[in-house]
Structure formats: C-alpha cells, structure tokens
Design a protein around this ligand. Structure first.
Ligand code: UTP
Length: 289
C-alpha cells in the first residue's frame, strides 16, 4: 500500500531550549526566516505526502496559526501591493492539508505517535520529528518510502555518529547491507557507550507499519518514564521486516542549541541574499576571536 500520510509529533516540552520555549513551541524557532516546522512540512510535501497530522499540545497554538490564513495581515499587504510578502504569508497555509491532534500529557514520542492511530488507519505512514531538519538539498524520505514499498514492514532513518555520542540517540544493530539500506536486527534507546550495538543512530524520520499502534498500546514507559517509539519498533522486528536507510547528508536537530545555531549559519550562508554579507562578516570577525 502506498504511503500517503505523514505524522509530525510537535508536542514535546523543548526543555533543552529554555527559556525560549517557556511560552512558545521550539518548532516555531526561526531557522533564518522560516520556523523549523515549515521546513519539515515542506519536506513531507516534497515526498508526496499531502495529508499531514500534527501532534500538538498546550502552548502550541502558534503552530496552528502559522499554517492557517492570516486574513488581516494578508489584507494589509494586498492594500500595499506587496506581492512578495503576501506570497510569504500565504505559502504555509497553501502547502498541505494539515490536521491536528492534541497529546494531552507529553508522555514520550511513542505516546505522541499513538495519538495518530485513528487518523492513520491501516496503512503505512511516515513520521517526521518537528524539530529535526533534513537539508532540503538532500533526499531521505523519498528513499525510505521506496524501501517500505519494496520490502514492506517499517523503515527507520539512521546516521553514523561518533561512538561517544551514541548515548544521546537510539542505536541500531544491523545485519546485511545493500548500499545505504540495512536490515535492522535490534534497537536500543540511548545505550551506554559500551553497550551500543553500533554507531548508527536513529534520526527523526520513520516510515512505519500500522502494526506499530498495536505494539504501542501495550508498550510500558521505558527510559525516562516515557513511552519510547524505539521500544515499539524494536518489538516489530520479531514479526515484520525493519530496515534502516543510512543518511549521509546534512541534518540539524533544532531542539539542540548548538545544532540550531549551525543550521541558521549554514542555511543563511548558502542563501543568495544573506550569504555573501554574512560570510564577509564571519571572515572579518573570526580572526578576532
Ligand atoms: P524530543 O525528545 O526532542 O522533544 O522529541 P522534547 O521532549 O520536547 O525535548 P527536550 O529534551 O525537552 O528539549 C522529538 C520530537 O518528538 C516530539 C517533540 O515535539 C519533538 O518534535 N515529542 C516528544 C512529542 O510530540 N511528544 C512527546 O511526548 C515527546
């Protein structure tokens, strides 16, 4: 069955980015001049997924407003004849059909994905984490969807990380490898460095079989008292194929302060309007540090 729906969990508390995230969602932090979440929605649309379910919660209203019409602003820009800015305002609301569900208490990523069960139904679906950016010049989701359509089961995005950083991620044990596609034999959430099965870390893109919902319903809270998506996928391995696609492109975790800064600088440096003056300034300023 073709993958048509995307689920974007965006209900987390964003505690690594306090105080910025006290009253506004981390997914709305601007990366250059666009909120992080808009890059994620654009990526889903590029991969052909136009039915999007966003998992939100308290303090997350700005997410819904961003993808809605802004009638007064549009009227004011129209009256001024400012077509360029008008297009920027209208773009997010024209991107896709976005549905919303509230998570209530953020009890973990697995719990967030479970709130999508009714909307998704019995078909494979994609999950894109709302604070995880894949550079728009690199493709990943399209490849993952193709693997799912060929092999069935579920597909997880993986990335090689330095061995001492694997404890920040879910880690995968893998078997055979066909280029960048691997068969996953085990998954463990945030292992101690010495227990990690590899340095292949799970990053925020998944294409999942709907069976995951049955597993999530009976998955007890795991690490950190949260219902872990990694634990549920790990259980799927016993009954269905689970593959990994190893991503070697550019990825930014905008929920992490340093990675967020890197994303802003890198994407701005590559822009025609901002890149040249930014790079000139950086070249001048860095030697003074
Ligand atoms: P993170 O672990 O990065 O989110 O989850 P967090 O809990 O907000 O982060 P910190 O550690 O407190 O800073 C990855 C994605 O899953 C969503 C988050 O919004 C983020 O997009 N998420 C996480 C939920 O939707 N619900 C949850 O219960 C947990």
């Amino acid at each position: 069955m073709a993958v048509k729906k995307a689920v974007i969990p965006a209900a987390g508390l964003g505690t690594r980015f306090l105080p910025a995230t006290k009253a506004s969602p981390k997914e709305m932090l601007p990366v250059v001049d666009k909120p992080a979440i808009q890059y994620v929605v654009e990526e889903a649309v590029r991969a052909g997924l136009e039915d999007i379910l966003m998992v939100t919660g308290r303090n997350k209203r700005p997410l819904e407003d961003h993808f809605d019409r802004a009638v007064e602003l549009e009227q004011s820009l129209e009256a001024k004849g400012d077509e360029n800015k008008l297009a920027l305002v209208q773009e997010p609301s024209d991107l896709a059909t976005i549905h919303y569900v509230r998570q209530g208490d953020p009890r973990g990523l697995g719990h967030a994905v479970l709130t999508a069960a009714d909307h998704v139904g019995q078909q494979p679906f994609a999950v894109l984490l709302g604070d995880d950016l894949i550079d728009f010049r690199d493709t990943l989701l399209e490849q993952m969807i193709a693997v799912q359509e060929r092999e069935g089961g579920s597909v997880v995005a993986l990335m090689e990380v330095p061995a001492d950083q694997i404890s920040l991620y879910g880690a995968a044990a893998v078997e055979s490898s066909d280029g960048d596609v691997v068969r996953i034999t085990g998954l463990v959430e945030k292992p101690a460095v010495e227990d990690a099965p590899s340095n292949l870390a799970i990053i925020g893109r998944y294409v999942l079989s709907p069976t995951v919902f049955d597993v999530l319903r009976r998955t007890p809270p795991g690490r950190g008292g949260e219902i872990q998506l990694t634990d549920a996928i790990s259980e799927l391995i016993d009954t269905e194929p689970v593959h990994g696609v190893v991503f070697r492109g550019r990825r930014y975790d905008t929920g992490d302060r340093l990675d967020y800064l890197k994303a802003v600088v890198r994407l701005a440096a590559d822009r025609e309007d901002l890149g040249p003056p930014l790079l000139d300034w950086l070249r001048e300023w860095l030697p003074t540090r």
